[in-house]
Design a protein around this ligand. Structure first.
Ligand code: DP6
Length: 334
């Protein structure tokens, strides 16, 4: 039996301008474009081994067999890659992350970026980053952005061919720090995929989507000018717009808990006092506190003194997804 194996690593990302709602759920063509920063220090490593003649796939996550739902989603993604490569072999997949599950980090972004790169390579495909981004998108929308490092823009596009991410600015050009204030590790009640499907039930979604080109342009301009005040204004506004859509969907989605609001208000007070920090929240209760490089250490100390904080993860801009020579024998604890 022939085996074709590859290993890849990818990092999650935090959306500065959010993806929420799809124009096509099956292809994950988003309702609007989005911009993110890839998160350094956090990694998912995935090995894919296709074996000729093998039927079905197997998946372990952090050394344990994955749930049937996770396996189904991974198998579906492998099917898309098998179709492109023209192979039928089943795969053994193992995956390990160095960040705590349920820590408020979009784990599906890193997971599907690493899975896409490893599976494509193991299937014999040699694809450029754009093609990988398009495939990763179909596994999890935000994974299209985790193919790249630094600051990344995913252009919405109107078709599978047009919807992919690209590098906007290398992280080294403005090494912002994302301090993730973890206030809960409970699994969220509604996953992103379910949430995207509800977006159109909010009357606010149409206005949010219509205004997206302006926010994207504002975010690009703020990043290029390294203008923190300008970036903070558009990042917070965009986060509030997405949560307004979530809260006004039917049924309503409320991801915040009281500790979320406490952190958001503390960040607002610190910025009013002159510190370069702003807050953005994805589909969960934890708050991403984006800091100018010089402000990060002081903000970290302040965050750790707030009540309700479980831990604070410190993430500088991270690297693009890449192949590794082998699956490491033990995960580095973070
Ligand atoms: C709030 O990419 O996790 O983090 O495509 O269904 O896997 P699926 O959803 P996902 O949605 C991310 C939503 C978000 C905003 C963002 O990352 O842009």
């Amino acid at each position: 039996m022939r085996e074709n194996t590859a290993v890849a690593v990818a990092s999650p990302n935090i959306a500065l301008i959010k993806y929420w709602g799809n124009r096509d759920d099956a292809l994950r063509l988003p309702a609007n474009g989005s911009i993110s920063m890839t998160l350094g220090g956090l990694e998912t490593i995935t090995e894919v081994a296709f074996t000729e003649g093998r039927r079905g796939d197997a998946l372990t996550i952090n050394g344990r067999p994955a749930s049937p739902d996770s396996l189904r989603r991974v198998s579906q993604h492998l099917d898309a890659i098998r179709e492109i490569a023209g192979i039928g072999a089943g795969a053994q997949v193992r995956s390990r992350s160095n960040f705590p599950a349920g820590s408020g980090i979009a784990s599906s972004a890193a997971a599907f970026a690493a899975l896409t790169l490893a599976a494509a390579h193991a299937a014999g495909l040699r694809l450029d980053a754009r093609a990988l981004s398009r495939i990763a998108r179909r596994g999890s929308g935000s994974a299209s952005r985790s193919i790249f490092g630094g600051f990344v823009e995913w252009q919405a596009g109107a078709s599978d061919e047009e919807s992919f991410a690209a590098l906007l600015m290398p992280g080294g050009d403005w090494p912002l720090v994302d301090l993730v204030a973890v206030v809960s590790r409970k699994r969220k009640a509604a996953g992103s995929t379910e949430g995207h499907a509800l977006a159109a039930t909010s009357p606010i979604q149409a206005a949010r989507v219509a205004d997206a080109p302006r926010r994207l342009a504002e975010c690009r301009a703020a990043l290029r000018a390294r203008d923190f005040a300008r970036l903070a204004a558009v990042v917070e506004h965009d986060s509030y717009l997405m949560h307004a859509v979530m809260m006004t969907s039917r049924p309503s989605l409320l991801y915040w808990i009281p500790d979320t609001v406490r952190v958001i208000q503390a960040v607002a007070a610190w910025r009013a006092a002159g510190l370069e920090v702003c807050a953005t929240v994805d589909a969960g209760p934890n708050v991403h506190c984006l800091c100018a490089p010089a402000a990060a250490a002081g903000i970290g100390r302040r965050l750790r003194r707030l009540p309700g904080i479980v831990e604070v993860l410190r993430c500088p801009p991270g690297s693009e997804a890449r192949l590794l020579p082998r699956f490491p024998s033990s995960a580095k604890p973070r």
